[in-house]
Design a protein around this ligand. Sequence first.
Ligand code: OMP
Length: 232
Amino acid sequence: MSDKIRDRLIVALDVESVAEARALIATLGDAVTFYKIGMELAYAPGGFDLARELKAAGKRIFLDLKLHDIGVTVERATRQIAKLGVDFLTVHAFPQTMAAARLGAEASGLKLLAVTVLTSYDDADLKEAGYGLGVADLVQRRAEQARAAKIDGLILSPLELAAIRPIVGPDMLLVTPGVRPAGADKGDQKRVMTPGEAIAAGADHLVVGRPVARAADPRAAAEAIVAEIASA
Ligand SMILES: O=C(O)c1cc(=O)[nH]c(=O)n1[C@@H]1O[C@H](COP(=O)(O)O)[C@@H](O)[C@H]1O
């Protein structure tokens, strides 16, 4: 399978230590070309060094830190993260946050992804949090604001892909967690599709954690998802 197809699967290294991450990476070998390092691993001892090391070894790295703070802090934090040389960074899709991150990423190769509405949320969760919009409308509003802020891509669930692609155009990266192979446990994800469905609906990349990391045979699980991507 070509690396172009493999790159569309981003495996989330959602483990608590660099030692566990290394073991998983060794098991996955050349089946996986793109990794996500999220908060639980980044903040573990050696987490950021692992990001640099994997880049140097030729892997692509998505650093999922979901920044959200006052503008000046987000701008400076983004500038520091850009020095790591990773490929993607997440920020929450608030207009001030996105504008500040855009400034911080200036003149670097870092691509910014805006998190629209977390895939563990449904309409009732948004209502409980005080929002007046449901998921579909809030994702759409944030997609428009991300485009205006010249953000490189969006994190959204596969369910919103069909509505959002025409709004943001072909160049914005659409990256979807909330991906579950048929029959897999959903866990805390509320808005999900299978890998094949998400690719067919227009996802550029799929983010998959537990269905690979917690599988009895993680390499076989990753290869099955890559095959589903290739045939979608
Ligand atoms: O930004 C993310 O990557 C993210 C956004 C979102 O809305 N939902 C979501 O699940 N994620 C991440 O995607 C991964 C999904 O993991 P699994 O549910 O185990 O496949 C986790 O690392 C989450 O942190």
